[in-house]
Design a protein around this ligand. Structure first.
Ligand SMILES: Cc1cc2nc3c(=O)[nH]c(=O)nc-3n(C[C@H](O)[C@H](O)[C@H](O)COP(=O)(O)OP(=O)(O)OC[C@H]3O[C@@H](n4cnc5c(N)ncnc54)[C@H](O)[C@@H]3O)c2cc1C
Length: 511
């Protein structure tokens, strides 16, 4: 293993640029029994927005949020911080998935949603290094230029006329990359620091009266007469996979571990600290699962509707003024390209380049745990693609590299629902677009939990479930086959039979 590889295998709290160096005291874990009106599992953006909207709708509700790590441990603290208006993956796909009228509605709603979200941040003075830079969607091949013009036309037909087409010269004047053939600029998109956003929202939810228990993993959910009971365990250290921990524990090893845990617990009690594994129990009228890509670990029955995948990102050292002048980027727009497996990139507030890939990894068995947080294969490919885009910065180092779990659905939009007679509610599956969509999901879940009417509840994506994924072992095989086929299309090939069939079923990405 090279020094760079070892460096890239650090725990995510050090490897992720947004999380590194931000040491915050965790809120106390849940120990013993407590009650609440509504329990939320997960202190990512879904859980936080839901808590905020629940308190706004009914300040008297007692809301308790349980988080296995600290807030922002999941995707919400590890993302690229590129906030866009898109609710579906694209306006084209919104038409395919939901039809003309609903696509128009989603297009308008996406604009409104970002406007409302930004107003909230401004009113509450949440400082998350927000920059209203706009976003460039760039074509890398001459054949993709027509696609961009087509996208602008579709957006216009859906009622959005703020997109601006830039030719090759205009695009390169914004960011000097010889590969750019054209771009579509959405001036409304923004970039921000996602961990600062999470921290700001957590503060707001706390101010409104929501209570947080961090380092508290929910280990079981049980139905009671009038609601649900969740059982928890205190996780003082790194968050590991529950399944992996169970597998590693044979009977003899289990006894040894139990003895060690008892000793640790006694030592912790002597010091007045909460013992690792200390149990808690929360009884609530309703439970909201805000666990996105982790949901199957506590509620396996939803697994047919989503697939957990890992996205990976690099962040460079800060660029000098001279390096900045080589590439331009004065208006600091976020950038994505038109390929299915696109790259996304942006500047941070201190002028580092964040460089990410949407070619997400699937880990067999729907694995989501710290062992998936790094992928040297993805990092090597990211470094290579960066150099191909910006050879003038070929010697730039990337001291931060990490991955995070996203939750994908076959239609690339989230889904919502309830179980156990309305006791359990869920909203998940943002497919890598959760920064804006969680603000909508929080409103949807809050209205569902309090049985309040809202026009959002009759959105097709709330009423209808996405087409299911196959179970393992077919799931892994299907992901590999589709990935190979999409790579061929990205390299300039035509969609083969598999992709054409998926498109015909309304679950393809190449339409
Ligand atoms: C690398 C990467 C880049 C991305 N870039 C962008 C981007 O630029 N723009 C964009 O819009 N979106 C982006 N996304 C997607 C976006 O980050 C997510 O859609 C969004 O954060 C989802 O929020 P969430 O709260 O639903 O999930 P999460 O943030 O994953 O929160 C779920 C929480 O539940 C907790 N949890 C899970 N199980 C338990 C349990 N048993 N007990 C207690 N707690 C539990 C987890 O610890 C976690 O904190 C990106 C994602 C990744 C990974």
């Amino acid at each position: 293993m090279t020094a760079a590889m070892a460096e890239n295998m650090r725990p995510v709290e050090q490897a992720c640029y947004w999380l590194a160096g931000r040491r915050r005291e965790a809120d106390p874990p849940l120990v013993g029994r407590r009650e609440a009106d509504i329990a939320i599992i997960g202190a990512g953006l879904t859980g936080l927005w839901t808590a905020i909207f629940l308190k706004r709708l009914d300040p008297k509700q007692e809301i308790v949020v349980l988080e296995q790590g600290t807030a922002a441990y999941g995707a919400s603290g590890r993302n690229a911080g590129m906030l866009g208006e898109g609710i579906d993956h694209s306006h084209e796909l919104a038409l395919v998935h939901f039809g003309r009228r609903e696509a128009e509605r989603l297009a308008g709603l996406g604009v409104e949603n970002v406007r409302d979200l930004l107003r909230f941040l401004e009113e509450r003075r949440i400082d998350c290094d927000l920059e209203r830079t706009g976003q460039l969607h760039v074509a890398l091949l001459p054949s993709q230029v027509g696609e961009l013009r087509g996208s602008a036309e579709i957006a216009r037909r859906l009622g959005l006329d703020h997109f601006r087409f830039l030719d090759a010269e205009e695009t390169r004047a914004e960011l000097n990359c010889a590969r750019y053939q054209a771009a579509l600029l959405n001036p409304n998109s923004c970039i921000l620091d996602p961990v600062k956003l999470v921290e700001g929202l957590k503060r707001e939810a706390g101010r409104a009266g929501a209570v947080f228990h961090e380092r508290t993993r929910v280990t079981a959910i049980e139905k009671t007469g009038g609601g649900v009971r969740v059982r928890t365990a205190h996780l003082p250290g790194a968050v590991e996979a529950p399944a992996a921990r169970m597998e590693a524990t044979g009977v003899a090893a289990g006894r040894l571990q139990a003895a060690a845990a008892r000793l640790k617990a006694a030592a912790a009690r002597a010091q007045g600290a909460v013992a690792p594994g200390a149990a808690g129990e929360l009884v609530a009228r309703r439970l909201i699962l805000a666990t996105n890509a982790y949901t199957h670990q506590i509620f396996p029955r939803l697994l047919s509707r989503f697939i957990p995948l890992y996205d990976y990102i690099l962040v460079s050292e800060p660029l000098t003024a001279e390096q900045m002048s080589r590439i331009g980027w004065r208006r600091r727009q976020g950038v994505t390209d038109t390929r299915t497996f696109f790259k996304y990139y942006r500047l941070t507030a201190d002028n580092r380049i964040l460089w990410g890939t949407s070619e997400a990894a699937y880990y067999p068995g729907n694995r989501v745990d710290a062992a998936c947080d790094h992928s040297e294969r993805h990092y090597a490919e990211l470094r290579d693609s960066f150099r191909r885009h910006f050879p003038a910065l070929g010697d730039l180092e990337f001291p931060y590299a990490w991955g995070g779990p996203i939750c994908s659905t076959t239609r690339f939009t989230p889904f919502f629902g309830s179980a156990e007679g309305g006791r359990i509610l869920y909203g998940l599956g943002y497919t890598g677009h959760g920064l804006g969509n969680t603000h909508l999901a929080g409103q949807i879940l809050a209205h569902m939990a309090l049985l309040r009417p809202s026009p959002l509840l009759d959105l097709a994506l709330v009423r209808k479930k996405p087409f299911p994924y196959p179970p393992e072992p077919l799931r892994g095989l299907a992901v590999r086959a589709v990935t190979r086929a999409l790579r061929r299309v990205d390299a300039g090939g035509r969609p083969g039979l598999l992709l054409r069939c998926l498109d015909a079923m309304g679950i393809g990405l190449s339409s």
